[in-house]
Design a protein around this ligand. Structure first.
Ligand SMILES: [Zn+2]
Length: 417
């Protein structure tokens, strides 16, 4: 069974990798392909947080070390562009950074992470390592000011061909400035090859393939080290794609830690050449929640992760908010929607399906009062509508709020029956 799961994961992984990244052949403005991470994430999420599955590495440090590190992986940011899987709205990123603080998680830099991996340093039980792949200019314009404000160290995984690539790429001066304020760098190859290209190289034979990997992994390391005067011992596999030939070559080249895109917490027993990482997609809020959730261990209690969401229109209860009743009134204010077809509005609530919500023409608000107590810890809502004279529905607006089950018992025993 475990083997089957592993094979399934591997298949999903390679599929995911194939979809994950465009390679920047031109170096200029990288095409923003329509990546589809969904199937990969749903399936891994289903066997959710791989706190168990991750203990596969050599148990070399198997002692009292119960530290768990969440590695977050980001790509691109924008305050104005629409969110995609690869692009997170800057405001949502800020809220996530705030949530790390609110949850009391300890954000560490790569230096501390590496020292912990070497057994030279201990970490608090629940720590977070922030990483950002590819080298988009928005790292400098959008993420960096927020990270600096919170005082969070972070690591940028750069691929050689995109550094100073023009367009939306980071420039060397930007990288140098960030490195003075908490940024460290790791390698993300020379050319950010698709798995398809890697497989092609693999077929040319062992010697040729080894030379190819040495170039992608080794030359990129050398480039970064000479360009930015920092020792580079970390690598993020482009698209998370890793073949068995990569780890030994990486070790030989002097890499200490290599990161995948398989979600899970890093523990003392994780293998350094295949470290798990949560890729935070701009359009999937539950990944951040899973990343910041911790299961109980023998030495530490469980803790719930943060729901960080934003909706295009005002809603109630707000995303991530705690409802103190188990029978809340749920509403969405659609007054900013032009040409809204009121007849078309559909509200769906997890566990209830489509509900008979009311639309108030004057307030331009759709409302439904929950009729029976919500029993789960969270409640997902989706509201969808059409525009007048359009046949297709707009993309649903979805959000999740939390239910305080304890408070609901005590606060309103009469209404909450
Ligand atoms: Zn990448």
């Amino acid at each position: 069974m475990k083997h089957l799961l592993f094979i399934l994961l591997a298949l999903l992984m390679s599929w995911y990798s194939a979809m994950a990244h465009p390679s920047a052949l031109s170096g200029n403005e990288q095409p923003r392909a329509s990546h589809t991470y969904r199937p990969f994430l749903i399936s891994t999420d289903a066997q959710a947080p791989s706190d168990n599955a991750e203990n596969k590495g050599p148990a070399s440090q198997e002692n009292q070390d119960s530290s768990r590190v969440v590695v977050l992986g980001y790509h691109d940011f924008s305050a104005t562009k629409k969110a995609t899987e690869m692009l997170i709205p800057t405001e949502k990123f800020r809220k996530q950074m705030q949530a790390l603080q609110d949850l009391g998680l300890n954000v560490i830099g790569m230096e501390d992470f590496l020292a912990w991996r070497r057994g030279e340093k201990t970490l608090p039980d629940k720590s977070v390592l922030i990483t950002i792949d590819d080298g988009w200019k928005s790292v400098y314009t959008d993420a960096y000011p927020i990270l600096k404000e919170f005082g969070y160290p972070f690591t940028v995984f750069l691929y050689t061909n995109y550094v100073d690539g023009g367009g939306a790429a980071l420039t060397s001066p930007m990288i140098r400035e960030m490195m003075k304020n908490g940024c460290s760098i790791g390698s993300h190859s020379i050319s950010h090859p698709y798995p398809v290209s890697i497989r092609k190289e693999q077929k040319k034979g062992d010697t040729s393939y080894a030379a190819y990997l040495r170039k992608e992994m080794g030359d990129s390391k050398q480039f970064l080290e000479s360009q930015f005067q920092q020792k580079v011992t970390t690598y993020a596999y482009p698209g998370g794609f890793v073949t068995d030939e990569m780890p030994p070559i990486a070790t030989d080249l002097g890499y200490e830690c290599l990161f995948t895109v398989l979600p899970g917490k890093v523990t003392a027993s994780s293998a350094n050449q295949r470290l798990p990482r949560y890729v935070i997609l701009g359009t999937h809020d539950y990944i951040f929640r899973n990343a910041t959730s911790f299961k109980a261990t023998s030495t530490s209690g469980a803790s719930h992760g943060a729901i960080v969401q934003s909706t295009e229109h005002p809603v109630s209860p707000e995303p991530g908010a705690l409802s103190e009743t188990r029978m809340p009134t749920i509403s969405a204010n659609l007054s900013a929607v032009e040409n809204l077809d009121p007849e078309s509005i559909v509200m769906r609530i997890a566990g209830f399906g489509k509900v008979p919500a009311n639309y108030d023409e004057t307030r331009k608000t759709v409302t439904w009062k929950v009729k029976r107590r919500l029993r789960s810890r969270t409640c997902e809502v989706s509201v969808q509508w059409k525009l007048l004279e359009e046949k297709k529905y707009q993309k649903p607006m979805t959000w999740t709020f939390r239910i305080d089950r304890e408070a609901a018992y005590q606060a309103s025993p009469l209404t909450d029956k």
